[in-house]
Design a protein around this ligand. Structure first.
Ligand code: NI
Ligand code: MN
Length: 222
């Protein structure tokens, strides 16, 4: 099960394992509270902007879940916050156990520590690509070919990332079974209509199903 927590935050519930991605749980549209999380196994953070690093440090402290991030960011968090981290880099995989592999992918964006990334999480129940914050880039086609994601989570809010039309072009390149828009509506500057993304995506990539979630809604994996 994959649940949208608003903005770029997702909860991935696998058989017996919970992974949080970009856990800014205290975002304005979040349906949950930081204190709701007691059993988290891993936290993946795409980059150090506060709307992605979010509540990762606090959740890592209370649950003991390591923060998986680009090497320099992981080192920074380990030194300054004394939390458990796994520092990796674009490429991978990081094998969490026999059934879960985490990859970091390129993202066209900025950050303070290391480099911004997207992440691919391969599990027995399906493969998820979370693009992080990124502009459109043509190697998304390569991400589609190499990892064959079942579900692509794509920012559509514009201004800081791809907008709905650019994200639809990303869908065309990645060719996932399902595309879910994220990183919109949280604040005024990224207030975009997900239907605009769905329409354009359907036109460019009719084989992909666009699923528009509301914060708190989830989708079953295979
Ligand atoms: Ni960012
Ligand atoms: Mn962001």
């Amino acid at each position: 099960m994959l649940k949208w927590l608003g903005h770029a935050a997702f909860e991935l519930d696998l058989k017996g394992k919970m992974i949080l991605i970009d856990p800014w749980i205290s975002n304005p549209s979040s349906p949950v509270k930081v204190t709701d999380y007691h059993n988290v196994d891993y936290i993946v953070v795409t980059h150090d902007h506060s709307d992605h690093l979010g509540d990762a440090v606090e959740i890592s402290r209370t649950t003991g879940a390591p923060v998986i991030a680009v090497f320099e960011l992981a080192n920074f968090l380990e030194e300054t916050e004394k939390i458990k981290t796994i520092g990796m880099n674009i490429g991978g995989p990081l094998k969490l156990d026999t059934e879960i592999s985490v990859y970091l992918t390129q993202a066209f964006h900025s950050c303070t520590h290391g480099a911004p990334a997207g992440t691919v999480i391969k599990t027995e129940e399906g493969t998820i690509y979370h693009a992080g914050d990124t502009g459109l880039f043509s190697d998304m086609k390569l991400i589609g070919e190499v990892y064959r994601p079942d579900i692509a989570l794509l920012p559509i809010g514009g201004f800081f990332t791809m907008d709905p039309v650019q994200a639809a072009i990303a869908v065309q390149m990645i060719s996932p079974k399902i595309a879910i828009p994220m990183h919109y509506g949280t604040f005024e500057v990224i207030d975009r209509n997900p239907e605009e993304f769905a329409r354009k995506s359907k036109e460019l990539s009719p084989a992909t199903q666009v699923v528009i979630l509301k914060p708190g809604e989830s989708i079953d994996l295979r």
